[in-house]
Design a binder for this molecule. Structure first.
Ligand code: ZN
Length: 435
């Protein structure tokens, strides 16, 4: 009898161990099965690292990429194919942070009950093909980046990087930097759009800022060297100095605040770290602290010296200003509601919003007809006689959109990047005004 009991207990213990083991496996399958299925060595869905099935659409259901038996079909319009290449992904998988790589699990179409059925799943991206095309056309063959995001949700409605090849015609890998997504994968000299950082640092550290006058004689001596401005701006408030984009005023502020303070501010605003978009880490920016009181310190506060930022990080900063200081992290997924990061207190955001309200300043109405916009332009001198042209900002009414446009070696911020921003925003207002 005793023996029977011992045997029963042993069998029970064995059955229990099996049940626990099976339960543990099922739990892991439910949790990680999609990742296992989407693992690039799984030959049912990947062959030579290439996804065999799955569909990516834009936010309105227009197909951006369909994979069937490993054959890729991109959007029917060439402009949309080129404009969306970096966000959607290339056939060879050379590009980073693409929807193809970020959403592999869902594209594979894995489910707990059916596993992978070979047909693949569909992922709706946040991109709008019409805005992609508008941005591509506005860049008009120039290298550069356009980012447009909904600052209330984090959804990225447009992400265009040029140059890009037509994936339907085959890869053109000989074009310089064609694999780099200039929105997220490369940090560029920001020029005067960086004055927003210096203004934020000044607002938060200099209590008498708004009662001061800044006198610009067209240039000033800083650290024994001449700091040149575009023109003689005369006596200005700091708000007017931002609209004038006065180098003298902001160079002097930079030296008064010091490089350490500027670096800490840029860091808090997310310009120096790798930011996350659906799990992808963007390129970090740089800000080197120059010697105290030097002309380099002044230049570092006006977006020159060694300053580098990504267009995406600038769009995110503008999104935070528009959204009362809190930035939604970007996402390429339609319907995303990403976590927020508090970049600045609401009072700082409100002050920046007042300062960035362009209405009434230099050619605003003619360049951006009908748009109620907070913005800053930038012209980053590269030392080779060319300049990167920047325009960053957000809509103050209408659809809740923040943007960054950078045109490489593009010339003047307001007059060369400005029209690209205008083209995309006009299209967005046309599409979303009645939503
Ligand atoms: Zn000036």
């Amino acid at each position: 009898m005793k023996r029977m009991e011992r045997r029963s207990i042993a069998v029970l213990a064995l059955a229990l161990a099996l049940a626990i083991g099976l339960g543990f496996f099922l739990l892991r399958l439910a949790r990680s099965g999609g990742d296992w299925a989407a693992y690039t060595a799984n030959e049912h869905v990947y062959r030579l690292g290439r996804l065999q099935c799955g569909t990516l659409t834009d936010r309105n259901g227009a197909v951006l990429l369909r994979a069937e038996d490993g054959v890729y079909t991109y959007a029917p319009e060439e402009t949309v194919r080129r404009a969306s290449l970096h966000a959607v992904g290339d056939e060879a998988g050379y590009m980073g942070g693409t929807a193809l790589s970020l959403f592999g699990r869902e594209l594979v179409g894995w489910s707990f009950w059916n596993g992978t059925d070979g047909r693949g799943g569909t992922v709706a991206l946040s991109l709008d093909s019409r805005l992609q095309a508008a941005a591509w056309d506005a860049l008009n063959g120039r290298s550069g980046a356009v980012v447009l995001m909904d600052y209330t949700t984090g959804e990225i409605l447009s992400m265009v990087s040029a140059p890009a090849y037509d994936p339907a015609a085959g890869a053109e890998l000989d074009r310089e930097g064609v694999l780099v997504n200039r929105c997220t994968g490369a940090a560029m000299a920001p020029g005067s759009v960086f004055k927003l950082v210096t203004l934020i640092a000044a607002y938060e550290n200099l209590p008498d800022l708004q009662s001061r006058r800044f006198v610009c004689e067209g240039s000033a001596m800083v650290g024994g060297e001449e700091l040149a401005c575009v023109k003689k701006h005369g006596s200005q408030t700091v708000e007017t100095a931002l609209c004038n984009s006065c180098n003298v005023a902001f160079g002097e502020l930079a030296v008064e605040l010091g490089g350490e303070c500027l670096r800490a501010t840029a860091e808090r605003l997310g310009l120096l770290e790798a930011l996350e978009i659906d799990g992808y880490r963007t390129a970090p920016g740089t800000f080197d602290v120059a010697p105290r009181g030097s002309s380099l310190e002044a230049w570092s506060g006006i977006g020159q010296y060694h300053d580098l930022v990504t267009p995406y990080a600038m769009a995110r900063l503008c999104a935070a200003i528009a959204n009362g200081g809190a930035a939604r992290e970007g996402s390429l997924r339609r319907g995303a509601r990403t976590p927020t990061a508090e970049l600045m207190p609401p009072a700082t955001a409100e002050y920046l919003d007042q300062c960035m309200n362009y209405t009434g300043y230099y050619g605003y109405r003619a360049l951006f007809p009908g748009l109620d916009m907070g913005a800053k332009s930038g012209t980053a001198e590269l030392g080779d006689g060319t300049d990167h042209a920047w325009m960053v900002g957000y809509l103050r009414s209408g659809p809740p959109l923040a943007f960054a446009v950078a045109v490489e070696h593009g010339g003047w911020g307001l007059y060369d990047a400005g029209p690209v921003a205008n083209a995309v925003l006009q299209k967005a207002v046309e599409i979303y005004a009645n939503d």
